[in-house]
Design a protein around this ligand. Structure first.
Ligand code: PMP
Length: 307
């Protein structure tokens, strides 16, 4: 008999690494590899952190299966990751989501059993966090799962995503390009890879309008990356270079990813690949560049990603 999975939970992680050779003409000696985190069961990199955070919160006694209500301010994917990991554990889950984020992600959260409370676009994650605190105060046995604080968030990537990339390329890695929302992915992956090979260059992809990587605060459409604060889960000492990307560039590369490589990915993936291609074409850059593709594109159809 072949391999039969006992549950969808077993399909989290071990995502494929795919060489991108059609999306752009790359200079001699530069190769681009995409880590398809969008391959995870609920469609994003956050399935890994969802499970780790839930397990950490249970181990610390912060939440009890069958009893606690989990409250989470989220752009969507972190909520999906937690909802997915929580299946069958008997939690009530309330997500607090700013209106900026795509309705498809909210539909998916509901599909996995979550309840949604909306907050304003302008208020961003900060307003969502305040609202989540208010819900906790008024709800019995309610606890916030805070992806911006729990160390299990980056740990999921230090133990999973990072080693997978290392093994697939047998350590032959020169650059890693990734965005950061909570910074769990970026920090966990870079911390692991730099512990194996010190001179890997970490490149943070930051939307124009996010102040995390520097620059002025502003509004932007790309979902899931960028921030106006540095979360505890983001280790800026692992950032060697920042590449700022605007909405148009992100959307352009989403289209290119679909048309040339057959990868239907979300706007933060477009931003990351746009940055990776810019890096690949920079004089003096050579070797292997790994770029992380955090989520699927079909959750952004209402955003006219492919218009
Ligand atoms: N891209 C998307 C679409 C996301 O939802 C997230 C999570 N907010 C990220 C990238 C960044 O992941 P992390 O929180 O690990 O920095």
């Amino acid at each position: 008999m072949g391999r039969i999975y006992k549950s969808m939970q077993e399909l989290v992680g071990n995502t494929p690494l795919v060489e991108l050779s059609r999306i752009a003409e790359l200079p001699e000696g530069v190769k681009l590899f995409a880590k398809l985190e969008l391959w995870n069961p609920s469609g994003s990199v956050k399935d890994r952190a969802g499970r780790y955070m839930l397990d950490e919160a249970e181990k610390k006694g912060l939440i009890t299966p069958g009893k606690s209500t989990i409250v989470m301010p989220t752009a969507g994917n972190a909520g999906l990751g937690v909802a997915f990991a929580a299946l069958g554990r008997g939690y009530r889950i309330i997500f607090v989501v700013p209106k900026k984020f795509s309705p498809e992600k909210q539909t998916l959260m509901k599909a996995l059993g979550g309840e949604i409370v909306s907050t304003s676009r302008e208020g961003g994650m900060l307003e969502a966090s305040v609202k989540a605190d208010e819900i906790v105060k008024n709800t019995e046995n309610a606890v916030i799962i805070n992806q911006f604080k729990l160390s299990s968030n980056p740990l999921a990537h230090y133990e999973g995503t990072g080693p997978e990339i290392w093994n697939d390329l047998e350590g032959d890695i020169d650059y890693v390009v990734a965005g950061a929302g909570s910074g769990g992915t970026y920090s966990g992956v870079l911390k692991y890879l730099k512990s194996q090979k010190q001179n890997i260059t970490g490149v943070l992809v930051d939307p124009e309008g996010s102040t995390m990587g520097g620059g002025e605060h502003g509004d932007y459409d790309v979902e899931g990356i960028g921030n106006d604060f540095i979360p505890a889960t983001m280790d800026m000492s692992l950032v060697d270079k920042v590449i700022k990307i605007n909405d148009a560039e992100s959307y352009e590369y989403c289209k290119k990813l679909a048309e040339t490589e057959g990868i239907i990915a979300g706007s933060s993936s477009g931003a990351a690949v746009s940055a990776a291609v810019r890096l690949a074409k920079t004089p003096g850059v050579h070797g292997n560049i790994v770029v992380i593709l955090p989520d699927r594109g079909d959750r952004y159809f209402s955003r006219n990603l492919y218009a």
